[in-house]
Design a protein around this ligand. Structure first.
Ligand SMILES: *Cc1c(COP(=O)(O)O)cnc(C)c1O
Length: 390
């Protein structure tokens, strides 16, 4: 009964959501804090004061949301939390100031026609694969990156050319470029990367863009950039093939709202809009558009939360190191860590018994690593207590 293509699907498996007891969820990189109070206010105001609007289709172009996103990016430089590591190891100055430094300022104005929004960046990413990658050549991507990329590759029959990470778990940018040029291919990776947490500087990405095929999409997924990475938005004027993917799910405390977006040059935004209008032309609902707009107006709140998460990450990394764990240097809201002699499955099970969920991967090479989302100080205290005996 099923179409033949069904047998080729290999769906993404998200972090588990068991209901047998209340768990502390540190397995899906969600933000432990609620959205800004103004978001709830905007939603109630919309639903209570304008119930008639619920009967109408939302703005298919999401114009006012795109204006708010552009304004937030222009105001903040596209990053909410800046980390200045002043010495090796834990600590370093973390700034929750959402004012851009000289280094972060975007040297042009981001305009609403440079924004595309969809139902979470997962949906946006699927349209990006459809719009920019052909099945006649492999897309270059790191061997370890967001595990949805291979899922979409399979869905759209687009081959992926997975490039091994270097021994320090950073991207092998030279090898990626060599392969992209060899096959005249597009590129996609997360920056900072997942599940490693390691980020490239904007200048490192710029050096890649200078040498990568100019007429193939170069996609940078900035899901975690607000926790201490460097955004590539300032490079959009220089590189017409750059596509930046962002989400409200991590730093904007909105995983439940399903909202993600692209920042790119208008011609590329047009292409993705064409894909959307060929599938489901009303993808983001009216309530989410209102909620996301309210979030953009309150960047200072989210900057403070991103700072709290980044500070907690540094404290927790120091704890892990003091207990013999090897912790990769994270610029995200999670850490990726392993300890010699500790089996990943067993560690995961012991922590789960203590009421806390973390993420493990069955992928060979990382099966003993735990990916731990940074929660509130109280949640991390509970986790430290559980991990002390590992
Ligand atoms: C979480 C995540 C996403 C997906 O975010 P949604 O907007 O919730 O779909 C995309 N890319 C990376 C690298 C992520 O970690």
């Amino acid at each position: 009964m099923l179409a033949k293509r069904m047998s080729a699907l290999n769906p993404y498996v998200p972090g588990e959501q068991p209901k047998d007891r209340p768990y502390i969820k540190l397995n899906a990189n969600e933000n432990p804090y609620p959205p800004a109070p103004e978001v709830a206010k905007a939603i109630s105001e919309f639903v209570l004061s304008h119930p008639e609007k619920m009967a109408l289709y939302p703005d298919p172009d999401s114009l006012s949301l795109h204006e708010e996103i552009a304004e937030m990016l222009n105001k903040t430089g596209g990053v909410l939390c800046r980390t200045v590591v002043t010495h090796e190891g834990a600590g370093g100055a973390i700034s929750g100031n959402c004012q851009p430094s000289e280094n972060d300022r975007i040297p042009f104005k981001v305009t609403p026609d440079m924004i595309y929004t969809g139902n979470g960046s997962d949906e946006v990413l699927s349209f990006v694969f459809y719009a920019f990658f052909d099945s006649d050549r492999p897309v270059v991507t790191p061997s370890f990156s967001y595990s949805f990329y291979p899922v979409y590759g399979g869905f759209y029959s687009i081959p992926l050319n997975k490039i091994d990470l270097k021994s320090d778990w950073s991207l092998d940018t030279e090898k990626m470029l060599e392969e992209a040029n060899k096959t005249d291919s597009g590129t996609i990776f997360a920056n900072p990367n997942a599940p490693t947490g390691i980020g490239l500087s904007r200048e490192q990405v710029r050096q890649m863009l200078l040498k990568a095929p100019k007429d193939k999409a170069f996609v940078v997924d900035e899901a975690y950039v607000d926790f201490g990475g460097e955004s590539c938005i300032p490079l959009l004027a220089e590189f017409k093939n750059l596509v930046i993917v962002r989400t409200f799910s991590k730093s904007l405390c909105g995983a439940g709202m399903r909202s993600g977006y692209l920042v790119a040059n208008p011609e590329l935004i047009q292409a993705v809009t064409t894909v959307k209008n060929s599938l489901n032309h009303f993808p983001m609902d009216a309530i989410t558009q209102v909620a996301a707009s309210a979030a953009c107006k309150n960047a200072a709140y989210y900057a403070e939360k991103a700072k709290a998460v980044a500070e907690e990450r540094e404290k927790f990394s120091a704890f892990l190191k003091a207990h013999g764990w090897n912790v990769l240097p994270s610029k995200t809201n999670f850490v990726f860590a392993e300890k010699q002699g500790v089996n990943g499955q067993e560690a995961y099970r012991k922590i789960k018994q203590d009421g806390i969920l973390v993420r493990i991967f069955a992928t060979p090479g990382i099966e003993n690593y735990l990916r731990i989302t940074i929660g509130t100080p109280e949640q991390m205290k509970a986790l430290e207590k559980s991990m002390e005996s590992l």
